[in-house]
Design a protein around this ligand. Sequence first.
Ligand SMILES: NC(=O)c1ccc[n+]([C@@H]2O[C@H](COP(=O)([O-])OP(=O)(O)OC[C@H]3O[C@@H](n4cnc5c(N)ncnc54)[C@H](OP(=O)(O)O)[C@@H]3O)[C@@H](O)[C@H]2O)c1
Length: 316
Amino acid sequence: MNEATVPQLSVLITGGTGFVGRQVARRLAQRGHRLRALVREPGRAASLSELSAELVQGDVTREAGLEQAVAGCDVIVHLVGIIREVGPDQTFENVHTRGTQRMLEAAQQAGVRKFVLMSALGAKAQGTPYQRTKYEAEEVVRRSDVPYVILRPSVIVGPDGEFMRLLLRLVRRLPLTPVIGDGRYRLQPVDVVDVAEAFAQAAEREDVLNQSFDIGGPHKLTYNRILEIICEEFGLRRRLIHISPALVRAFVDLASNWRLPTPVNSDELTMMFEESIVPGDGNVLREVFGLDPTSFRSVLQRTSGARRGLETSRPR
Ligand SMILES: NC(=O)c1ccc[n+]([C@@H]2O[C@H](COP(=O)([O-])OP(=O)(O)OC[C@H]3O[C@@H](n4cnc5c(N)ncnc54)[C@H](OP(=O)(O)O)[C@@H]3O)[C@@H](O)[C@H]2O)c1
């Protein structure tokens, strides 16, 4: 749909303060939509205030504030998600499954016209707690009466994303780059800007209703290849050191028995070895959303450009 011909919508975004949410909110605002955001701490939502978004305080693990947040909205873009559980309330079940259920109930009562759900590639009934509860959230959405669109991306990359930040730190700071396992597992990194565009279109378009889309970038890359591309872009020579997964798992299990923090937990290890790629040769970003999906290398160049800009503009 041409931007000029899109009718203005009232959109409630959840998770708008996050890595993906900031880009989605920006794209929705650029396209002229009225934004409201459900946020846990309005004082930490400066990026949303800058877009003139109306802030409503709320938490998907509780009902308070949700009714007020959804009132009068045409579309809900529900991005809230966690990768680790924190404390008794912030559990996968309570945030993903029940949190989505709470949002949907509020949506249904308010007569919201569309619910756009952020899921994840690999969400499935028999998976890790993250994957299972993401799948349950999809099922909650599919079973409700509210028209929906579900997007299931592979790993999302961008300058301030955790994946990119972690890999850049590993490659740039260490003389040898540790890789858990053989590093031949494949991912399909997708640009956060492309994901944001897909969400904006999903909010606007009627022809994508009641469908789920697996989203990936233009290339299926092994983890080793991703590290090589980073080295090529930064002109670094690094040897990859492959570490036995059994050894890492034993260490992680031991540390978790002692309640010690580790960079990855056991479920994250399981997900790491599963390929995160879209089956088949097609690409939904191209075929459904009309984009020319951005390569991982281009995202990296944008990232290093942004970093260089920051470094040169910093007072010395
Ligand atoms: N990043 C990826 O590679 C990737 C890939 C596939 C799918 N996804 C999915 O994309 C979504 C966004 O991921 P992200 O990388 O942007 O994560 P993120 O940066 O950690 O952002 C998470 C967002 O959820 C909000 N949130 C967390 N718990 C909440 C609660 N109980 N109530 C209300 N808001 C809550 C956070 O708000 P606060 O500011 O208050 O913490 C933040 O805005 C998630 O659903 C994730 O599963 C991400």
